[in-house]
Design a protein around this ligand. Structure first.
Ligand code: NCD
Length: 301
């Protein structure tokens, strides 16, 4: 593994190895040391969890970070090209972790610089480090990744987290329910991929009638910033809200996950049920990102 750009680049073995390393880091059995290592966090889109958990991960390992949040104070404003900015940052740092609204930008960056690049979200395309922390959260709560029933709900069209997660879970004989308004359905290229891998999925528009047989319900925010026409967003906002009474007949082992930020799609009355897992899920992001950085920098094999 030289870069982490798309879930499609990872084999099942590599994913399982990452899960194993993440578990050992959480348990304190592996203590990676990133002293004198510097991660450059380039975030051209807003972020709370991804940016701060990468920052935390690096600092927990005695490493350090430099952070570019937006382009406001940098020479990008003077007209410097993306390629020149990247090549400069690569002179100072050991690894680049970047988020951008432009699909394919992380792949492009990995072709421009010769240090590892991690995709922390490229437009509506991919968010592989989120998928890995989601997988870790699933294995931690369900004891396995194999043969699970997983519901993906909300914005399946523009949500990059569900694209990466669907591709990752396809390696584990998953059964999917895709729950979304018809405007926000899972893209055809992902469904074609799943079909070619013989993965079962069904599409629904309504949450409450379709969650009782799930092991994981993964809820996502409607991605307002990706809508070409704000009126389309206005029509759909608030149309998917998970509320506590809907959970009365679900399986005991159900976990409700969410990459966060939440807008209104999970009512806060779900937060103190045994099903809610979105905040521990965010914590798992630190261990997962420690594992990702350690493997990419050759500290852990
Ligand atoms: C997600 C993202 O940026 O794609 N957030 C995250 O990284 N946890 C989800 C979202 O913004 O809805």
């Amino acid at each position: 593994m030289k870069n982490l750009i798309s879930m499609r680049d990872l084999s099942k073995e590599e994913i399982l190895h990452l899960m194993d390393v993440t578990g050992k880091i959480e348990a304190g059995k592996i203590v990676p040391n990133m002293q004198r290592k510097l991660a450059a966090l380039l975030f051209f889109e807003p972020s709370t969890r991804t940016m701060f958990s990468f920052d935390t991960a690096m600092k927990r390992m005695n490493g350090d970070t430099i952070i570019m949040s937006g382009t406001g104070q940098t020479s990008v404003k003077k007209g410097e090209s993306f390629a020149d900015t990247l090549q400069t940052i690569a002179q100072y740092s050991d690894i680049i972790i970047m988020r951008s609204p432009v699909e394919g930008s992380a792949r492009y960056a990995s072709e421009v610089v010769d240090i590892p690049v991690v995709n922390a979200g490229d437009g509506a395309n991919q968010h592989p480090t989120q998928a890995l922390l989601d997988l870790y959260s699933i294995v931690k709560t369900q004891g396995t990744l194999e043969n699970l029933s997983i519901g993906l709900a909300g914005d399946l069209r523009f949500g990059r987290t569900v694209h990466s997660l669907a591709q990752a879970m396809a390696l584990f004989n998953v059964k999917f329910k895709f729950i979304s308004p018809s405007f926000l359905k899972m893209p055809q290229y992902i469904k074609d991929d799943l079909k070619s891998q013989k993965i079962e999925f069904e599409e629904y528009e309504n949450i409450e009638d379709n969650i009782d047989d799930l092991d994981v319900l993964y809820v996502t925010r409607i991605q307002k910033e990706r809508f070409a026409d704000p009126e389309d967003y206005e029509k759909l906002k608030g149309s998917y809200i998970l509320e506590r009474p809907m959970l009365s007949n679900v399986k005991e082992n159900l976990k409700v996950m969410h990459p966060l930020p939440r807008v209104d799609e999970i009512h806060t009355d779900v937060d103190n049920t045994e099903f809610a897992y979105y905040f521990p899920q965010a914590k798992n992001g630190v261990y997962t990102r420690q594992a990702i950085i350690s493997i990419l920098l050759g500290e852990v094999r």
